[in-house]
Design a protein around this ligand. Structure first.
Ligand code: GLN
Length: 196
C-alpha cells in the first residue's frame, strides 16, 4: 500500500513536492483542510514564506490540528519555510510569528544574507552515499540544536561553511534547502522511509 503523503497547500511551492512524491509512488495530496490532514500518513511543509504560512494555517483552522498530529508522531518533512515552521525557536522572525514547533532547534530566518539570497552547492548528507546538490533560496540555517536532534548536513564550503542545514528528530525532518527542485529525489526517499 502506498502511503498518503500530504503537502501543506495554503502557501508555498506545493506542486514541486507533489510531483516528486507521486514519482516515488506515494499517494500525494494537497492539504488545505482538516479532513485532508486526517487522511495523511506523512506531511510535507514546503518552502514559501513562513510569516504568511502560520497566519493562513490559523485562518484555515489547520494550525492546532497539525500541531496535534505532530505530537502524536506524524512524520513531517519541512523544507526552507517549512523548516522554520517546525522549529521550536526562530531568530529574525516577525514579532508575532508563531511556529508549529516539534524540532528542538533555533533557526535563523534569511540567515545567508542579502548578497547570497540564493545559491547552490554540494553537501554531504547523512545516509546518502554521493553528495547532494542543494538549492538555497532566502534560506534559514540552524543556529542551535538540542541533544536529541541528529544533524544530517552542513554547508561544505564558502562563508557559511559548517552551518547546519538539515536535521532530524524522531519523525520530524527538515532541510534549509529545496530538495524538490533540481531532479534529485533522494531526500524525499529518506522521508518516505521514515513514514514506513
Ligand atoms: N525566507 C522565507 C521565510 O522566512 C523562507 C524562504 C523559502 O522558503 N524559500 O519563510
Amino acid at each position: 500500500m502506498s502511503p498518503t503523503v500530504g503537502v501543506f497547500a495554503l502557501q508555498g511551492d506545493v506542486r514541486e513536492h507533489l510531483r516528486v512524491l507521486e514519482s516515488l509512488g506515494a499517494h500525494a495530496i494537497g492539504v488545505r483542510r482538516v479532513t485532508e490532514l486526517e487522511a495523511c500518513d506523512g506531511l510535507v511543509i514546503p518552502g514559501g514564506e513562513s510569516t504568511t504560512m502560520f497566519k493562513l494555517a490559523r485562518t484555515f483552522d489547520l494550525f492546532e490540528p497539525i500541531r496535534q498530529r505532530i505530537k502524536e508522531g506524524l512524520p513531517v518533512f519541512g523544507t526552507c519555510a517549512g523548516m522554520i515552521m517546525l522549529a521550536d525557536r526562530v531568530e529574525d522572525g516577525t514579532p508575532d510569528q508563531e511556529t508549529l514547533g516539534g524540532l528542538d532547534i533555533t533557526v535563523r530566518r534569511n540567515a545567508f544574507g542579502r548578497q547570497v539570497d540564493s545559491f547552490e552547492g554540494d553537501l554531504d548528507f547523512a545516509g546518502l552515499d554521493e553528495p547532494l546538490h542543494a538549492v538555497f533560496i532566502r534560506a534559514p540555517w540552524v543556529e542551535q540544536s538540542g541533544q536529541d536532534v541528529e544533524i544530517l548536513a552542513r554547508v561544505g564550503s564558502g562563508p557559511a561553511a559548517g552551518r547546519i542545514v538539515a536535521v532530524r528528530q524522531g519523525s520530524l525532518m527538515a532541510t534549509s534547502f529545496h530538495p524538490e527542485v533540481g531532479g534529485d529525489d533522494r531526500v524525499h526517499r529518506l522521508f518516505l522511509d521514515l513514514i514506513d
